[in-house]
Design a protein around this ligand. Structure first.
Ligand SMILES: Nc1ncnc2c1ncn2[C@@H]1O[C@H](COP(=O)(O)OP(=O)(O)OP(=O)(O)O)[C@@H](O)[C@H]1O
Length: 348
């Protein structure tokens, strides 16, 4: 079966400034893909190409196996069966919520349109607000209304551009979760762009980490977090530090935390640094262990509720993070151990 969305070799520049470079991705039907990256890396431009608002210089885009963008062909947005949700709600202020949702349903007769609007409002939990005006809704409700409007014409693909960025953090997390459940339930295929990794992780089946117009790594949230392909990916996703080390045999590195088993990110990496290696350590990789011969000094304690994130200074002068349920005193000397299993390593 062909993918619901396929992008091949997409390249787009504004003037002389390339913004998307040789980007390819494939989204199977019913899955949610997220493009994650810092502001300016080209995420929105990819979305605009998929929607048909931009004609890229190179590359092909297929929806359900049908070409919609290729050299010499740009099918207009209204003929792509795409729904869109943007960051800033973008509801029509002079239309009620029900009228907003009905907006894309002109082709249907009145009864069918009313039925579809009622169904969509029910799906997003806004039935009671059908006759309200957009300004009477909270930010989260407005985003849900925008989602109902985008879903109402039964698009083949939904595009969401920073859909929850203007909401506060708690609501953002809840809505991301809710919207994922709703899209999964309806078997929707969606491409989301965001700079927020929590939003990305809450929604994605697969995440594409974008950097300077390219997808640096495409994979599950777990893969991105645990086995980042590049140093940039390791730094952009999650917290962590790089600990210096020396290759000390097959797949082992000598560090200030002892000898650690490692897996290198790329082929040839093991030898590229002439034995110098950097090992990625996430906070949960390091813990306190009173009897451990490896000692460290507590230099910072960040209270996070269920756990504290500690910054520990090793004898080498390097700092690592650790998680602990009970906070030691600042400046206290503690014993430190690492979790078992392989660590991600990069040539130093
Ligand atoms: N219409 C345009 N004309 C010229 N340059 C543009 C245009 N749209 C975007 N750019 C530039 O292209 C680059 C990528 O923009 P884009 O909006 O795709 O990135 P983004 O990753 O979505 O960032 P953000 O999250 O800030 O929107 C930026 O440097 C931006 O200034």
């Amino acid at each position: 079966m062909s993918a619901a969305l396929e992008i091949r070799g997409l390249h787009h520049a504004y003037g002389a400034h390339p913004v998307v470079r040789d980007l390819s991705l494939s989204l199977p039907a019913g899955t949610i893909g997220v493009l994650l990256g810092a502001s300016g890396c080209g995420k929105t431009t990819v979305l605009r190409c998929v929607a048909g608002f931009e004609a890229p210089q190179r590359g092909d885009i297929f929806l359900d196996g049908r070409p919609v963008t290729r050299p010499g062909l740009v099918v207009p947005p209204q003929r792509r069966r795409i729904g869109m949700v943007f960051q800033d709600h973008a509801l029509f202020p002079h239309l009620t919520i029900a009228q907003n949702v009905a907006f894309g349903l002109q082709g249907l007769d009145r009864r069918e349109r009313a039925r579809r609007v009622a169904e969509m409002l029910e799906v997003v939990g806004l039935s009671a607000w059908a006759n309200a005006w957009p300004h009477q809704l909270s930010g989260g409700q407005q985003q849900r209304a925008a989602l109902a409007r985008a879903l109402a014409p039964q698009p083949a693909l939904l595009l969401l551009d920073e859909p929850f960025s203007s909401l506060d953090e708690a609501l953002r997390a809840r809505l991301a979760h809710e919207v994922r459940a709703l899209l999964r339930e309806r078997g929707m295929t969606a491409l989301v762009v965001t700079h927020d990794q929590h939003e990305a992780f809450a929604m994605a089946d697969a995440v594409g980490l974008m950097h300077e117009g390219r997808i640096e790594q495409w994979g599950s949230p777990e893969a991105l977090y645990r086995t980042p392909a590049t140093r940039h990916a390791a730094q952009f996703v999650g917290e962590g530090v790089f600990l210096r080390g020396r290759l000390a045999g097959e797949g082992e590195v000598e560090t200030a935390l002892g000898r650690l088993p490692v897996r290198f990110a790329g082929e040839g990496e093991a030898t590229a640094g002439q034995g110098n290696v950097e090992v990625l350590l996430r906070p949960e990789d390091v813990r306190l262990e009173a009897a451990s011969p490896v000692r460290a000094r507590v230099v910072d304690v960040l209270f996070r509720g269920a756990q504290c994130r500690l910054t520990l200074r090793l004898s080498s002068g390097e700092d690592v993070f650790a998680l602990a349920e009970e906070a030691p005193l600042p400046s206290e000397t503690v014993g430190v151990a690492v979790r078992r299993g392989n660590f991600r390593a990069f040539a130093g």
